[in-house]
Design a protein around this ligand. Structure first.
Ligand code: TYM
Length: 327
């Protein structure tokens, strides 16, 4: 049975890009019998940017509620919070001691910020190593992620390969699973949808606020009656990823024919979002009103994930010579 695993940072409410790029592919894979799925909330990673402690667990709840609301079967699989299994930081240290400086200096997560080195903390610099520990610590085979995480997965594979080369087969070498048709979901300004760009669509917003966000999607100034370039229209790009191929084609033809304005397209996108996420919105609202249910799910997930992480640590410590000698 292949083990699939993925994580979402708890820096903010997960957005449409996270849902289409990682959560839904994971839910689909996890429903296949040959897979055992581990989903987690990367709250330790969030500390590289979010320093406020006050609502850290609330953010964890938002991500956990999103997983459950989007259909992740937590009773068959495992849903846990990264920091509830602090053993992962021990594994991170071991891996840190094998992570070459040039590899880390080449990571996008660091490079994006490297023009202002004073803002780069050591956690941000070694971010890919904690991510490698997340994956290698649970013997994961397949990691469903968006395209932006591909490089981190390559680093995980490199670290595992180098370690195995030196010490024998200690780690499973994982593979990334990136769904072609969803690769990068654009935000309302056309850049990659991202928590840090503030251009994201939170499908769990109250109806009025969600409508406002959709209406704010950037469009060009082509007059209503003129034909429009559907492929370059952000509204169409988002719409086509959440509806059937037939409905997407209908909007494309409408845009290209003229007489169909961006306002019409935005209204259609808003309706489609409300329709597609109707059940998820309901479940999400319920869970956020009952954090005790989320805590119970996370506690159970952590207790079922822990033995696997501990076994991996036993293997690693033995190879590295840590631990007391038998009497
Ligand atoms: P994060 O929290 O930035 O994003 C979570 C997942 O959502 C995907 N994603 C997108 N997919 C398509 N279009 C977008 N606009 C978009 N934005 C985000 C990401 O590719 C990701 O799959 N480092 C990770 C969290 C993490 C992790 C791990 C993932 C920590 N440890 C181990 C996998 C395995 C991150 O920051 O994801």
């Amino acid at each position: 049975m292949a083990r699939i695993l993925t994580g979402i940072q708890s820096t903010n409410q997960p957005h449409l890009g996270n849902i289409l790029g990682a959560i839904e592919p994971m839910v689909q894979l996890s429903n296949q019998l040959e897979h055992e799925a581990f989903a987690f909330i990367a709250d330790l990673h969030s500390l590289t940017t979010v320093k406020e402690g006050g609502d850290r667990r609330h953010r964890v709840h938002q991500v956990a509620a999103t997983w459950v609301a989007c259909g992740f079967d937590y009773s068959k699989n495992r849903l846990y919070c990264q920091s509830d299994l602090p053993e992962v930081t021990e594994l991170t240290w071991y891996l840190n001691c094998f992570a070459p400086f040039p590899m880390l200096a080449n990571a996008h997560s660091f490079k994006d910020k490297s023009s202002r080195l004073a803002d780069v903390n050591a956690g941000l610099f070694t971010y890919p190593v904690l991510m490698a520990a997340d994956i290698l610590g649970y013997d994961a085979h397949l990691v469903p992620v968006g395209k932006d995480q591909r490089q981190h997965l390559e680093m995980t594979r490199d670290l595992a390969g180098a370690f195995n080369h030196r010490y024998g087969d200690v780690f499973v070498v994982p593979e990334a699973f990136v769904q072609k048709d969803v690769e990068v979901i654009p935000g309302i300004d056309g850049q990659k949808m991202s928590k840090s760009y503030g251009n994201f669509i939170d499908v769990f917003l109250p109806e009025k606020s969600l409508r406002k966000v959709v209406m704010a999607i950037a469009t060009d100034s082509t007059p209503l009656e003129d034909p429009k370039d559907a492929e370059n229209c952000i509204v169409y790009q988002l719409f086509s990823r959440i509806v059937s191929a037939d409905r997407a084609l209908e909007m494309k033809q409408n845009l290209e024919a003229g007489g169909y304005g961006y306002g019409h397209a935005k209204q259609a996108l808003f309706d489609a979002l409300m329709e597609r996420f109707a059940e998820a919105r309901e479940r999400y609202r319920h869970l956020m009103e009952h954090p005790e249910e989320l805590e119970a799910i996370l506690a159970e997930g952590a207790s079922r994930a822990r033995p696997i992480l501990q076994q991996v640590l036993v293997r690693v410590r033995a190879k590295l010579g840590f631990g007391s000698l038998p009497a």
